[in-house]
Design a protein around this ligand. Structure first.
Ligand SMILES: Cc1cn([C@H]2C[C@H](O)[C@@H](COP(=O)(O)OP(=O)(O)OP(=O)(O)O)O2)c(=O)[nH]c1=O
Length: 218
């Protein structure tokens, strides 16, 4: 069977690097974000429901985007697959997204200080069937995976929080920190997946890819 062409629908450079780390051939697909608030949470939605819904919505947008790009062509002469992910940091029922500014980052880090929080990363792998002609739209099949990791932060002084924010690292990252960067020195313990905290759990990713034989690692 021919190997599907794999797209990574993500603006996160970390996810791209992590896929490269396990030698999975892919192309990065830049899907425009919807206008308005970044990934709003529905009332009464648990962090787990939120991360899974957000990953699923990203997958649908990526599928629609790729179809739009190829409106007048036979879209999938070969099978294609799209990988999407969402990472959410949660403390009890609170969700911490990407900080809006330095003050927001400081508030988030103050709450994570000295506590154990959970990082959820939800994955969706969408797979298309080959199309015979341009009038026959592609049918998508989706498989999902989830990584859940407990991360324990040491107590952070106000000065440490200020210094950390100065590095610029909290911005663009859920929970206002990067385990792979300076924040590594504040993390006493993790129970789960390091790559999952970074945004793409490699074990779960490979398990999904094996199901569509897109992985070069097996
Ligand atoms: C907790 C944590 C998050 N992050 C990053 C991973 C993700 O890029 C980001 C979470 O935001 P996401 O909304 O999951 O992803 P994204 O907006 O960066 O990219 P896209 O939606 O296009 O795929 O936080 C780290 O790099 N290190 C960490 O330790």
């Amino acid at each position: 069977m021919m190997q599907p062409l794999l797209y990574l629908a993500s603006a996160s450079p970390r996810r791209h690097e992590l896929l490269n780390q396990i030698s999975v051939k892919h192309k990065v697909l830049q899907v425009p974000s919807p206008p308005g608030e970044d990934e709003p949470r529905l009332s009464d939605e648990t962090p787990l429901d939120y991360v899974q819904r957000t990953a699923f919505e990203k997958a649908i947008r990526a599928e629609q985007w790729i179809e739009k790009q190829h409106q007048n062509e036979t879209l999938f002469e070969n099978q294609i697959a799209i990988l999407t992910a969402d990472t959410t940091v949660a403390l009890d029922n609170c969700i911490f997204g990407k900080p809006q500014d330095a003050e927001d980052a400081a508030q988030i880090l103050k709450q994570l200080s000295g506590k154990t929080h959970t990082v959820f990363t939800a994955l969706v792998l969408s797979q298309s069937e080959p199309q015979q002609n341009k009038d026959q739209r592609g049918q998508w099949y989706r498989i999902k995976a989830l990584s859940v990791t407990q991360v324990s932060f040491c107590t952070l002084t106000e000065q440490a929080i200020r210094d950390y924010i100065e590095t610029g690292e909290p911005f663009g990252k859920a929970g206002a920190y990067g385990i792979q960067g300076y924040a590594g020195k504040y993390i006493q313990r993790i129970d789960g997946s390091y790559s999952g905290v970074m945004g793409l759990p490699l074990f779960e990713t490979n398990e999904l890819l094996k199901q569509i034989s897109a992985s070069t690692t097996g």
